[in-house]
Design a protein around this ligand. Structure first.
Ligand SMILES: Nc1ncnc2c1ncn2[C@@H]1O[C@H](COP(=O)(O)OP(=O)(O)OP(=O)(O)O)[C@@H](O)[C@H]1O
Ligand SMILES: [Mg+2]
Length: 363
């Protein structure tokens, strides 16, 4: 999966983790044992230090730009519009956190299995297994109804710090089942999030939602610490945004009795270099000024290219302009989380973060 077989050099790692140290200062961390030791690779007449993919999370933890939260945080990517970037950003955020040694569990909530397919890679084979059931991975429905344990449903990736619960067609059965539940809003908390938190294995639980409201989504939102809504900078997303935030406000009223308040963060995505796209961006920035990312994400093929290789842009193309923008957006999300948890330590370079977060709480 890692496309860098030769290992990562100081220069590459400095780009990946936004590190402004000199090479000598970075090497000193290795000499002191503060980061894993590198392999010495001979290039021409010189020796170069190169770190493996397995070393990256520890380097990220020590010198990167994302910090662990003090308790498990549930972040849900949801907008009531297809194709706005929920899945790619949920995947990018999850893998980037994992590369900072932050333990992440991704929960796919779209029966099209998009994020599951990205995380586990294509499973295409030339023949069917003897038992067709072997093609089916247990997921939320099987945990809820068939006594499958969380531990058995959780799957691994090539990074120890990144795991996932697969999506499957059982999500539709779970949705129907919730119609008969006495307290559907509490189901996700009771059967999944609370037991997951008790496992004490995850810093972040990241939910990639499908674009329509339903009982599962309601229950997920009721438990989320932060709702992240990627909004595409085009006219049709703009027109659905009004309905979306209207429905969200109604839903929040329904939740008032529980004392739950949904914290929101909006990311303008797929910004194009034309007048309409910029006008939509400016609408989002004005309408959502207190909860809008400072950096809009431009339309790019880099996110797709990285995703096909199951990689974060951090690994795939850390020199790219979109990566600089992703760094800024991801820092903002973790800053907001830290602020909401009373740990107000804005990361370097996050402009206006404190003011914005104070406004955010009043939103
Ligand atoms: N700046 C960007 N931000 C997010 N996605 C982008 C960006 N630029 C290009 N893309 C591409 O736009 C597409 C949007 O992703 P996708 O359609 O999976 O979004 P989604 O909101 O998860 O959709 P769905 O509602 O169908 O689940 C992807 O192919 C992604 O790589
Ligand atoms: Mg999606």
């Amino acid at each position: 999966m890692n496309n860098n077989k030769g290992g990562y050099t100081f220069r590459q790692i400095a780009n990946m983790y936004d590190i402004s140290l000199t090479k000598n200062a970075f090497y000193a961390y290795e000499d002191k044992g503060s980061i894993p030791s590198a392999e010495r690779i001979t290039k021409g007449k010189t020796q170069v230090r190169a770190w493996s993919i397995a070393d990256l999370p520890l380097i990220g933890e020590k010198l990167g730009y994302l910090k662990k939260p003090s308790s498990t945080q549930i972040v849900s990517f949801f907008t009531q519009k297809g194709g706005t970037g929920k899945t790619p950003l949920a995947f990018q955020f999850a893998r980037t956190l994992a590369l900072h040694n932050i333990k992440v569990l991704v929960i796919g909530l779209d029966s099209q299995e998009t994020i599951t397919n990205i995380l586990r890679g294509s499973q295409e084979t030339d023949s069917l297994p003897e038992n067709i059931d072997d093609l089916y991975d247990d997921g939320l429905f099987e945990i809820f109804k068939k006594n499958v344990s969380l531990e058995d449903a959780i799957q691994n990736t090539d990074l120890k710090t990144l795991q996932f619960i697969p999506e499957n067609a059982g999500l539709a059965a779970l949705e129907t089942d919730l119609n008969h539940s006495a307290d559907p809003l509490n189901v996700m908390e009771k059967f999944f999030f609370s037991p997951l938190k008790k496992l004490n294995q995850f810093d972040y639980i990241i939910c990639d939602c499908n674009p329509s409201w339903g009982r599962i989504i309601n229950s997920v939102l009721a438990s989320s610490d932060l709702l992240v809504s990627p909004l595409k900078c085009d006219a049709s997303t703009l027109t659905t945004t009004k309905t979306f935030f209207g429905l969200l406000a109604d839903f929040e009223k329904d939740l008032e009795y529980k004392g739950v308040n949904i914290q929101k963060f909006v990311i303008p995505t797929l910004l194009e270099n034309n007048k309409l796209s910029r006008q939509v961006l400016s609408y989002y920035e004005t309408r959502f000024s207190n909860i809008c990312a400072n950096t809009p994400l431009k339309k790019t093929v880099t996110i797709d290219e990285a995703q096909i290789l199951q990689l974060s842009v951090l690994e795939y193309l850390p020199n790219s302009p979109i990566y600089k923008d992703l760094i800024s957006v991801f820092k903002e999300i973790t800053d907001v989380i830290a602020f909401l948890n009373g740990e107000d330590e804005p990361s370097k370079d996050t402009k206006d973060s404190k003011n914005k977060k104070e406004e955010l709480l009043q939103a």
